[in-house]
Design a protein around this ligand. Structure first.
Ligand SMILES: [Ca+2]
Ligand SMILES: [Ca+2]
Length: 198
């Protein structure tokens, strides 16, 4: 059953052409992956991408296009979202997943930024979130808009930060919602760990 904040059935995060490998990451021919050389160059000697390296790589890759490049806090958010082994950095598989997710979100943003102003408004954000499978009340969308907009407009950088947080918190919630009914009992300390680590 879908509930507020929960992607609708069949509307998972990776549907709609995000390009992630079906059935989870599995990269036997890692060295042959076109993204691997790029990853290795960015990651440097430790073979891991930290927030500084991610910011540099996202800026240089031109993934933001004509939009303002990502700020460091957004890069930290992105790392916390996909840092599955809790190392604080991204390994290749984690980076590859991030790459696919960010490209998917960018596509959404471009689609909903219909006047190419480089920003979306509340209505456009609501459509984008619904399209991504989030079921949120108008009050929730308004609260998100207040938090992530400047003069009612949400820039690409803030939009990605918003998507990252929403996705990470939804996953955090869903992991605890065994019956998928939209209700979870949180211990205070667990709640703080969830929210403060994102
Ligand atoms: Ca590194
Ligand atoms: Ca990691």
């Amino acid at each position: 059953m879908a509930f507020p904040g929960q992607p609708a059935p069949g509307g998972g995060y990776y549907q709609g052409g995000y390009g992630a490998a079906p059935g989870g990451p599995s990269f036997p021919g890692q060295a042959q992956d076109p993204l691997y050389g790029y990853f290795a160059a960015v990651a440097g000697q430790d073979g891991q991408i930290d927030a500084d390296e991610l910011q540099r790589c996202l800026t240089q890759s031109g993934i933001a296009g004509a939009y303002k490049p990502f700020n460091l806090e957004t890069c930290r958010l992105m790392i916390s979202m996909l840092d599955r082994d809790m190392s604080g950095t991204l390994g290749f598989n984690e980076f590859k997943e991030l790459w696919a997710v960010v490209n998917g979100w960018k596509q959404h943003f471009v689609n909903f930024d219909s006047d190419r102003s480089g920003a979306v408004d509340r209505q456009e954000l609501e459509k984008a979130l619904t399209n991504m499978g989030f079921r949120l009340s108008p009050q929730a969308v308004s609260a998100i808009t207040r938090r992530y907009s400047t003069h009612g407009k949400i820039t690409f950088d803030d939009y990605i930060a918003c998507c990252v947080k929403l996705r990470a918190l939804t996953e955090c919630f869903r992991r605890r919602d065994a019956s998928q009914q939209g209700f979870v009992n949180f211990q205070y300390d667990d709640f703080i760990q969830c929210v403060m680590s994102i």
